[in-house]
Design a protein around this ligand. Structure first.
Ligand SMILES: Cc1cc2nc3c(=O)[nH]c(=O)nc-3n(C[C@H](O)[C@H](O)[C@H](O)COP(=O)(O)OP(=O)(O)OC[C@H]3O[C@@H](n4cnc5c(N)ncnc54)[C@H](O)[C@@H]3O)c2cc1C
Length: 343
């Protein structure tokens, strides 16, 4: 088993006067100098490229919405978690660029005399988008900083493991399928966004803004509020955060949400020779690596134990008077306030 490389550093709860951890520049790698003007220019260029990639047009967006309403919406509550199915609306980019308004979607749903479970779940998801926009409006620094910092939390600097994650070569099929879908199409299924983000933060112990920056550079629906707060939900530093100690098992998630392995095989051709759910565990089959798929860069149980150990240290720091967790956000007083990104 190859161990990941990377040096550890601490970003919260640091005594005053010592160097603070800085979030990555929210611009593509080509922006080598973090000058504000240059970063803004790069962000604008990125937005234009994303718009070009995402462009549905208002008329087409309404057709997509209608087809979704008349089709996948019925089973949306269950199918929305299955990346192997076409179970979601795929309207995120159109919503992001105003090609369709959430109120239009709600009004269309409202005309239905007997909206089912799918419709009410869909409304909830639209509400998450609005909620995150509101949180970002009130807490603009949460774009690139923890809304609720975990005091004394140790993170690793992004190194070769981070590169493997970005390239979809972690050796965990469900994670790699997601990262490759993102690279190939500029979109990734929500369930897989959660699992890939969790893998970076809790298996590779990298601070979430590094991953958020990569997502923003790749996603056709890249949206500062939904992205940064989606990441913070995963990292346990956001509003309604998943508890930090809940660590997704990327193999179990694959089996549960891609039960036949179809999604993995679609995006990871090196596993194409493994039938059914075998694609989720090449290490369990004698020919598993025959297609040249990489071995796992970290071992799940050990990585999980390390994440929990770091969390326990942070809890102790909180108990000793570090920045409190589990209370209403106190961004203005955050010790990270000096570490501003290109907002
Ligand atoms: C780490 C991470 C990063 C994310 N980054 C983005 C992003 O940059 N841009 C973005 O639009 N969404 C983001 N999301 C939310 C979600 O993954 C996408 O909105 C969804 O996958 C888009 O596909 P869809 O349009 O088919 O969604 P559907 O399931 O059809 O949902 C309908 C709409 O509801 C909204 N929505 C659904 N789920 C969420 C959610 N969890 N949070 C906020 N809004 C939601 C979106 O506008 C979406 O288009 C992120 C989620 C995570 C976990």
């Amino acid at each position: 088993m190859v161990r990941r490389a990377g040096t550890r550093s601490r970003h919260a709860g640091r005594p005053q006067g010592r160097a603070e951890r800085r979030p990555p520049e929210a611009a593509p790698e080509s922006a080598s100098k973090p000058g504000t003007g240059r970063v803004r220019l790069e962000m604008a260029r990125l937005e234009m490229a994303r718009l070009e990639m995402a462009r549905l047009g208002g008329r087409r967006a309404r057709v997509v919405a209608r087809e979704f309403r008349e089709g996948a919406l019925t089973a949306y509550r269950t199918d929305r978690d299955r990346p192997d199915l076409d179970g979601t609306s795929r309207l995120s980019a159109a919503l992001k660029y105003g090609e369709i308004h959430p109120r239009t979607l709600l009004a269309d749903l409202g005309r239905d005399q007997a909206p089912g479970a799918g419709a009410s779940t869909f409304v909830t998801e639209l509400a998450w988008r609005e909620f995150y926009a509101d949180v970002l409006w009130h807490h603009p620094r949460s774009a690139w900083h923890d809304l609720r910092p975990l005091p004394g939390m140790d993170y690793d600097e992004p190194g070769v493991a981070f590169d493997a994650w970005r390239a979809g070569r972690t050796g965990y099929p469900f994670v790699d399928a997601g990262m490759r879908q993102l690279a190939a199409t500029g979109w990734m299924h929500n369930r897989v966004r959660m699992v890939t983000a969790s893998f970076l933060v809790k298996h590779l112990h990298v601070w979430w803004p590094h991953g958020a920056r990569h997502f923003m550079a790749q996603l056709c629906d890249g949206d500062l509020a939904s992205n940064s707060h989606g990441w913070q939900w995963v990292a346990g530093t956001g509003t309604d955060a998943a508890p930090y100690f809940r660590v997704f098992n990327p193999v179990a998630q694959g089996h549960r949400f891609d039960p036949r392995g179809d999604y993995v095989r679609r995006w990871v051709p090196e596993l194409g020779h493994l039938t059914g759910a075998a694609a989720h565990e090449p290490w369990a089959h004698t020919t598993g690596y025959a297609g040249g798929y990489p071995t796992r860069i970290v071992e799940h149980a050990a990585a999980r134990a390390e994440a929990l150990r770091r969390y326990a240290v942070s809890r102790t720091a909180a108990a000793r008077g570090g920045e409190p967790t589990g209370v209403r956000p106190r961004i203005a007083r955050s010790r990270n306030r000096a570490a501003l990104g290109p907002e």
